[in-house]
Design a protein around this ligand. Structure first.
Ligand code: ADP
Ligand code: MG
Length: 241
C-alpha cells in the first residue's frame, strides 16, 4: 500500500458534554474517492472541521502527505493541498460567478490571467458559462453551490473534501457535480464526500466510511458497508427515535 495522503489517528473533539468526534482513526490513499455517511449528528461535519483546521483536535493527529498539520489553521492546511466545500454554501454573493472563481484562483497563487483562464474553463464545464457575468447572489441555490464547487478546482488540491454537496439541489446540477467528481477522480484526484444520497455514494465511491455517535462504525467497500448490520441499525435507530 502506498503512503497515506491523509492519515487521522485518534482524533477527538467535544462540545461541552457531547463527544462529537470520538477517537477517529482513518487513512485515505492518494487518488482515493471515499464516501462518508452517518445519521445526522454523527460527527461528519465536525470531523471535516478537524481535518481542515477549523478546530484543533483535543487528542490525536492529522497528517497530510508526510506532514503533521494537527492544530494548524485552515489557510495553512489549504496551502498544504486540502480544499473543501461547506455544508452551508459560502460564496461572495455580490461578485459574479467568474469573479468568485478568480478570487479562489488568486488565493491559490495563480496570476490574474491564469485565474481568469482557468475560471472560464471551469464555468464552461459546470454549465455556468451563460451566468459568468451574473452576481452569484442572483443565481439559484444549486448554481451557487456549483460556483463554490468550482472554486475547489481553481488550485491543484491533493484532497477535496465535500460536505453534503448534493443536498437540496436540482437533479441537473447534481448530475454535473457527480460527473465532474467522477472525471476528476479518474484523472487521479482524491475526494472525501459526505452525503446522505446513498445512490450517489454507491455510484461514485468504491469505499465508504460510516460514522455513528462520533465513531467510525464501518469502513470498507461501499456495497459491504451499505449492508452492514451496524450501519443499517444506526440509520434505523436514528430515524425511530
Ligand atoms: P453531522 O455532520 O454528522 O450531522 P455534526 O458534526 O454537525 O454531525 O455534529 C456532531 C455533534 O456535535 C452533534 O451532537 C452536534 O449537535 C454537535 N455539535 C456540532 N457542532 C457544534 C458546535 N459548534 N457547538 C456545539 N455542538 C456542536
Ligand atoms: Mg453535517
Amino acid at each position: 500500500m502506498s503512503a497515506a495522503l491523509l492519515a487521522l489517528s485518534g482524533l477527538r473533539k467535544s462540545f461541552g458534554g457531547i463527544l462529537a468526534v470520538a477517537d477517529v482513526t482513518l487513512a485515505i490513499a492518494p487518488g482515493e474517492l471515499v464516501g462518508l455517511i452517518g445519521p445526522n449528528g454523527s460527527g461528519k461535519t465536525t470531523l471535516l472541521n478537524l481535518i481542515t483546521g477549523f478546530y484543533p483536535p483535543e487528542h490525536g493527529r492529522v497528517r497530510l502527505l508526510d506532514r503533521d498539520v494537527s492544530g494548524q489553521p485552515p489557510d495553512a492546511i489549504f496551502r498544504a493541498g486540502l480544499t473543501r466545500m461547506f455544508q452551508q454554501v459560502r460564496v461572495f454573493r455580490r461578485l459574479t460567478a467568474l469573479q468568485n472563481l478568480e478570487v479562489a484562483g488568486r488565493a491559490a497563487g495563480l496570476s490574474a490571467a491564469a485565474a481568469r483562464q482557468r475560471a472560464g474553463r471551469l464555468l464552461e464545464r459546470l454549465g455556468l458559462a451563460p451566468h459568468a457575468g451574473d452576481e452569484v447572489g442572483a443565481l439559484s441555490g444549486g448554481q451557487q453551490k456549483l460556483v463554490e464547487f468550482g472554486g475547489c478546482f481553481m488550485s491543484e488540491p491533493r484532497l477535496v473534501v465535500l460536505d453534503e454537496p448534493f443536498a437540496a439541489i436540482h437533479p441537473t446540477v447534481k448530475q454535473v457535480m457527480v460527473d465532474v467528481i467522477g472525471e476528476r477522480h479518474a484523472a487521479g484526484q482524491a475526494f472525501l464526500v459526505v452525503s446522505h444520497d446513498i445512490p450517489a455514494i454507491m455510484r461514485l465511491c468504491p469505499r465508504t466510511v460510516c460514522m455513528n455517535a462520533g465513531a467510525v462504525i464501518a469502513d470498507g467497500p461501499t456495497e459491504q458497508v451499505m449492508t452492514d448490520r451496524g450501519v443499517v441499525e444506526a440509520y434505523l435507530g436514528g430515524h425511530a427515535r
